[in-house]
Design a protein around this ligand. Structure first.
Ligand SMILES: NC(=O)c1ccc[n+]([C@@H]2O[C@H](COP(=O)([O-])OP(=O)(O)OC[C@H]3O[C@@H](n4cnc5c(N)ncnc54)[C@H](O)[C@@H]3O)[C@@H](O)[C@H]2O)c1
Length: 403
């Protein structure tokens, strides 16, 4: 167990019930218990011994150590095929703490400076604020780097063009791009995906996902330049949408979404930069298989929490467990073994898997679990869903992304 886990467990005891209290700029000193960070059960994991695929060490740079301290969270520093060589955050104290936690010898004042000056890095993990992900990933790819990013891939209406640019840049460079959608390595989501690929569900008639995360009515979780304040819920749609897109690797083609004006102060349009009135948005998507998905992102419903989903196919369903008449006993639904010393991490024991998958994708030149097409087909539908909600549920078409 590494020190971050010990620290989290300590604060879990000390701060549970405080919910998602905002913290000051010295992130390393006070860590609030944030929903998802205490969920470290990896679920069904293979008992096989881990086998190295290469003895190469990829030189990794990490950007971002904000409220969630996400730069240190995914265990790159524990992976035998990784050497974390550089760290960056715009705040010098956060940058220093990140470098300490991940063992990086070099630090940079910004990610842009790291791209420009560092001659060693081969891959970078972007754990900065959500609005900066797409821009930094495109810049990194253009600089010849493999890129992994925290969710979402793109942010809001203004970045729909960046979605096209991101896809084109990944295609043009041939480099690895992965979005670290934590739901994709929840044990159930992973198993659903394996069984789906083996034909165990047929087409999905219906799927449903929820990202419920109740926030303090007046003072939410902090964020760089306040990007979280009053955020339209469906601009953060990946944890719920993953219960279709990361299962089938398919897409949503149209959406009708509704919201109900929130009674929380910061979610009133006059009180946030997005002019967003909603704290909860319920989207009904048409899938590319011709089925239906109901995906909820709800932040102002007291007593709710969790990132979860269920799927119902033409041959079988998965509601907590597989249930159908197809024999799927030969499908390997267990998550693969992680390298010794590599923690599965939080968010349903998904974090270590996402880092491991990204590194293996580079080493083996294969697709990551959530590649650029899946990332955009998981993220962009939420942006269109919010547009629909602002038009009281008008059905809108969703752009499609393919590699
Ligand atoms: N389950 C999940 O997948 C999950 C959970 C929590 C957070 N996240 C994501 O992780 C990311 C980080 O979350 P957070 O709460 O720590 O964000 P935050 O807004 O608190 O912090 C962002 C940090 O990035 C730094 N930064 C911004 N631009 C930079 C640049 N150009 N160069 C270097 N550093 C830069 C800022 O200084 C800041 O410290 C977010 O995108 C969030 O959506 C995902």
């Amino acid at each position: 167990m590494n020190s971050s886990f010990t620290r989290r467990n300590f604060f879990k005891g000390a701060m549970i019930g405080a919910g998602i209290a905002a913290i000051g700029s010295h992130a390393a000193e006070k860590v609030p218990v944030i929903q998802g960070f205490d969920e470290t059960d990896a679920g069904n994991v293979s008992k096989d011994a881990w086998k190295p695929v290469s003895d190469r060490k990829i030189k990794v740079g990490i950007a971002g150590f904000g409220v969630c301290q996400f730069g240190a969270q995914f265990g790159f520093q524990n992976h035998p095929n990784v050497e974390v060589v550089a760290a960056t955050d715009l705040f010098p104290d956060r940058c220093a703490e990140l470098a300490k936690r991940v063992g990086a010898k070099k630090t940079y004042a910004s990610c842009e400076e790291m791209f420009e000056k560092d001659k060693e890095i081969e891959a970078v993990f972007i754990a900065t604020d959500a609005p900066s992900h797409a821009r930094l990933c495109i810049a990194g790819l253009k600089r010849g780097l493999h890129m992994a990013t925290a969710v979402p891939a793109v942010f809001g209406d203004d970045q729909l063009e960046l979605a096209d640019e991101l896809l084109a840049t990944v295609k043009k460079t041939g480099l690895t791009y992965a979005m670290f959608e934590t739901s994709s390595y929840h044990a159930d989501n992973y198993a659903m995906h394996q069984i789906y690929k083996a034909g165990g569900f047929g087409k999905l008639i219906y799927s449903e996902g929820e990202y419920y995360h109740y926030g303090n009515p007046t003072k939410g979780l902090g964020s760089y330049k306040n990007w979280r304040h009053g955020l339209p819920p469906q601009w953060y749609p990946t944890h719920s949408n993953a219960y279709y897109t990361c299962v089938t690797l398919g897409s949503f083609i149209s959406v009708s979404c509704m919201g109900m004006p929130s009674i929380q102060e910061r979610r009133m349009p006059k009180n946030n930069a997005y002019k967003n009135p909603y704290g909860s948005e319920i989207a009904l998507f048409r899938t590319n298989e011709g089925g239906m998905s109901r995906m909820n992102v709800c932040w102002d419903m007291p007593g709710t929490g969790g990132e979860q989903g269920r799927i119902y196919g033409q041959k079988a369903s998965f509601v907590g467990r597989y249930s159908g008449k197809v024999d799927v006993t030969k499908v390997n639904v267990a998550k693969p073994p992680l390298p010794p010393g590599m923690p599965a991490g939080a968010h349903g024991g998904s974090e270590g898997y996402l880092a491991d998958d990204f590194i293996n994708a580079i080493l083996l030149k294969r697709k990551p679990r959530v590649d650029v097409a899946c990332a955009l087909n998981t993220t962009v539908p939420g942006i269109i869903a919010h547009q629909s909600a602002m038009k009281d549920g008008e059905t809108l078409k969703i752009p499609q992304y393919q590699v």
